[in-house]
Ligand binder design. Structure first.
Ligand SMILES: [Zn+2]
Length: 456
């Protein structure tokens, strides 16, 4: 009976998956968890780093300490559920290789290993939350279903979402060691990169230990929902949640997790309006990536010498792969600056494409009310370029359509629509031609009869 139920569910999931990819932007219907588990669920939590491996560091914040607080809280939360066994790969501050972590998880018969991390970027510019999963079947599907559920929770908390992704090395196996080593021992594993420790927008979430602990509670809740756990002490039952996951199949890799290796395909800016007195500049930004969604942009007003901080791309959703392809960007350029504006569009793999440069004929007038930098009015040369790193007022609004990444099926669908239209047009032309032939024949016949009658 269970087998038949599973088959029906599997079939429905497949139907949902196809419907979801054919109807752009439509929310796909819920699906059962692909991963099957026994009566008792074994969860391994891996606090990232430890010992001499400190992880990333920002000010007084050391990653190995942050991950331990998050992992400990996650452990305590998950302990409250029934029929679950929870382990930590380590509880003390020690060196532990990625292989040792995977071996520990395999040793206790883990159903899943969750590796806890915090992020940092080279230019301290990135922000947001992401989940790294395996590129191997069926762990890719398992990771995607958990990652989607978890990042939705992170999104609700207000974090920017950077997607559920996988990264391969040159050998075509998982780039991240803990995932690769675990997969080699048949243990599903993933990495949760909660947020960036070196960016102001994410820093708000990790001001103190309570911030790290809060992430531990969110992680635990996602695990409870993914496995459909119950807790008699908490009086909760998440068994329904495990049937509301994103459709995925154990036999294939999830398209939304496949990483982009190329820069965005289109990025151009166009001047709509410029007020040289106030410095108010309106731009139209057009960009597209045919593989993954666009997630960030930044811009420069001094020909690429200085760049603004990264901003989230309008309409960007790294879970549904939607983004707006055209938007209006309003900038207020400080007085005395002759702008040379460039914009960069970033895709899901953090690869960017530079736009054309918009060079202005003259400088923005000085001594205006809306001058963003009043202290720059009194000094400097008339044509001095003020760095774009100085705060520039900007607003933007979407004027384009939401673009959804086309899948192979969708492209087929589009072609089919074009085919039907062409066929209908041909039919109409044929009917018109037929009508004229009939009309002409009738007319000729009438003339013949008329002539015969008049000859008599
Ligand atoms: Zn880390």
């Amino acid at each position: 009976m269970k087998k038949i139920h599973n088959r029906i569910c599997g079939f429905l999931s497949a139907v949902c998956l196809i419907a979801g990819t054919l109807i752009p932007g439509q929310p796909v219907c819920a699906a059962d968890r692909v991963q099957s588990v026994g009566e008792e669920i074994v969860i391994v939590i891996d606090p990232g780093h430890g010992g001499s491996n400190k992880g990333t560091q920002s000010g007084h914040t050391i990653e190995k300490e942050m991950t331990m607080v998050t992992a400990m809280t996650m452990y305590q939360e998950l302990e409250k559920y029934d029929n679950v066994k929870v382990y930590l790969t380590h509880t003390d501050d020690r060196d532990m290789s990625l292989k040792e972590r995977a071996e520990f998880a395999a040793g206790v018969g883990a159903d899943f290993m969750f590796s806890i991390h915090y992020n940092a970027s080279e230019n301290h510019s990135m922000y947001g939350s992401e989940v790294w999963i395996s590129c191997e079947k069926p762990y890719n599907a398992y990771g995607y279903q958990f990652g989607y559920l978890h990042l939705q929770a992170m999104q609700e908390k207000g974090l920017f979402i950077r997607g559920v992704k996988n990264r391969m090395n040159d050998e075509g196996t998982d780039y991240y060691g803990v995932i690769r080593e675990a997969a080699a021992l048949s243990v599903p594993a993933l990495i949760i990169e909660h947020c960036y420790v070196d960016e102001e927008r994410d820093a708000d979430y990790i001001q103190n230990e309570e911030g790290f602990a809060e992430f531990g509670r969110i992680d635990a809740l996602s695990v409870a929902k993914y496995f459909g756990l119950k807790s008699s002490s908490l009086g909760v039952d998440y068994s329904e949640e495990a049937t509301k996951l994103q459709p995925a199949s154990a036999d294939s890799l999830v398209q939304y997790t496949l990483m982009d290796k190329t820069d965005p395909d289109v990025c151009e800016i166009e001047l709509r309006e410029c007020d040289y007195d106030t410095g108010e500049v309106q731009l139209t930004v057009r960009a597209a990536d045919y593989d993954t969604p666009l997630i960030y942009y930044d811009y420069s007003i001094d020909n690429g010498q200085n760049w603004s901080r990264l901003e989230s791309w309008p309409g960007s959703n790294a879970l549904t792969w939607e983004y707006t392809d055209t938007f209006q960007l309003d900038l207020t350029i400080p007085g005395g600056v002759r702008p040379n504006i460039i914009l960069r569009a970033y895709n899901l793999a953090d690869l960017y494409t530079r736009s054309n440069t918009l060079s202005f004929e003259q400088a923005i007038a000085r001594h205006t009310e809306s001058d963003a930098k009043p202290d720059s009015e009194e000094n400097g040369e008339p044509e001095e370029i003020i760095p774009a790193a100085a705060p520039i007022d900007h607003t933007r609004k979407s004027i384009g359509t939401t673009t959804f990444m086309p899948t192979v099926d969708e492209i087929g669908e589009e072609d089919a629509t074009v085919g039907v239209l062409t066929f209908l047009k041909l039919c109409l032309a044929f009917v018109i031609v037929l009508f004229f032939i009939v009309l002409t024949t009738q007319f000729v016949n009438y003339r013949k009869r008329w002539n015969r009658r008049h000859r008599r």
